[in-house]
Design a protein around this ligand. Structure first.
Ligand SMILES: NC(=O)c1ccc[n+]([C@@H]2O[C@H](COP(=O)([O-])OP(=O)(O)OC[C@H]3O[C@@H](n4cnc5c(N)ncnc54)[C@H](OP(=O)(O)O)[C@@H]3O)[C@@H](O)[C@H]2O)c1
Length: 302
């Protein structure tokens, strides 16, 4: 990589934006995806944006795809039905719904559902909606797919995290925002940081499966326009397409068992998970996150 390219990567803007994708894509090799034919993937939040672009690419490669989301009309508008993609209504913040979901065997699970609701919504008086849906709900779904034998051994599990997590240290002290006023951006970054930690911890705990997490860069989806309208307007010409946002997730699924488990990816390259030393969580914090998720698992089972 040239000195100029390295500087552009450090600038963040010229890395996370569409010019960053174009520059990184010069190093991409063609993807070998013929082995996807006949495989089955479940994509949460696959009814729009990055998830829908991923579902489309998987379906076009010959995979069977199921997508989840809360709103059926979003699925109908996506055009995915015409590609044979199936829809399962699912709210990731409804833990009982997650645990009781009827699913066929799958070869891969992409935990992509996410958003940044402007108002505080509490789930079971324990979590805000962002943490409940993106962290706990996805933990439950992953663990269910593994432990009930729904996921083929060697199968892929992926988290769509965010570059926003680089600014946040894991904080589990006030997940209902009782002490401070609700801050959707902080909550989102905290949940995305938690996903990256879960990715590493679950990779150690379940060595027969391939875990990965990635961040898609800045993608001009509905979620971004609604959550951060000023940012989306300011960078409107720089935002990536949904297909560019989905590229690394697709690549991770295609690499399958060739991928080292538990890594964090951006534009098909393994990346560090910390940019600043103050965002590094303690060992105790990591264990607390695992205990918190395992407790909800035990409660919803029992
Ligand atoms: N766009 C970006 O620049 C960007 C950057 C970094 C990370 N990401 C991440 O990429 C992922 C996809 O986001 P996107 O930008 O493609 O947004 P999007 O177009 O709004 O798609 C979000 C998807 O998640 C579903 N969803 C949201 N909350 C849900 C919940 N509680 N339960 C079940 N499904 C839920 C939505 O469907 P329903 O609303 O119908 O449920 C939709 O299918 C998210 O995890 C997001 O955090 C995006």
């Amino acid at each position: 990589m040239s000195m100029l390219d390295t500087l552009k990567d450090y600038s963040i803007v010229y890395s996370f934006d569409r010019s960053g994708f174009a520059r990184h894509a010069r190093q991409f090799s063609p993807i070998e995806d013929s082995h996807l034919i006949g495989k089955r993937y479940l994509v949460t939040g696959g009814t729009s944006g990055i998830g829908a672009a991923l579902a489309q690419r998987l379906a076009e490669a010959g995979a069977e795809v199921l997508v989840t989301g809360r709103s059926r009309s979003r699925f109908e508008q996506s055009g995915l039905e015409s590609l044979g993609v199936g829809y399962i209504p699912l709210d990731m913040a409804d833990f009982h719904q997650v645990m009781q979901l009827k699913l066929p065997p799958i070869d891969g699970l992409v935990c992509n559902a996410g958003g940044m609701p402007g108002q505080l919504q509490l789930v079971n008086d324990e979590f805000d909606q962002i943490f409940a849906s993106q962290v706990v709900g996805h933990y439950l779904l992953m663990r269910r797919c593994i432990e009930s034998g729904l996921l083929t051994p060697g199968g892929s599990l992926h988290f769509t995290s965010s570059g926003g997590m680089y600014l946040k240290r894991l904080d589990l002290d006030d997940l209902c925002w009782q002490e401070d006023g609700y801050d959707k951006v902080k909550s989102y970054a905290n949940a995305k940081r938690a996903q990256v930690i879960l990715n590493e911890e679950l990779a150690r705990r379940y060595p027969d499966f391939i875990f990965s997490a990635s961040h898609p860069g800045w993608v001009g989806t509905q979620a971004l326009q609604e959550a951060l309208p000023g940012f989306a307007r300011h960078f409107s010409k720089r935002l990536r397409s949904d297909e560019e946002g989905a590229d690394t997730i697709y690549w991770c699924l295609c690499e399958g068992e060739k991928l080292p488990s538990g890594e964090f990816w951006f534009d098909r390259q393994s990346r560090p998970v910390y940019a600043f030393p103050w965002t590094r969580e303690s060992y105790t914090s990591r264990q607390r996150l695992m205990t918190l998720c395992a407790t909800v698992w035990a409660e919803t089972l029992g």
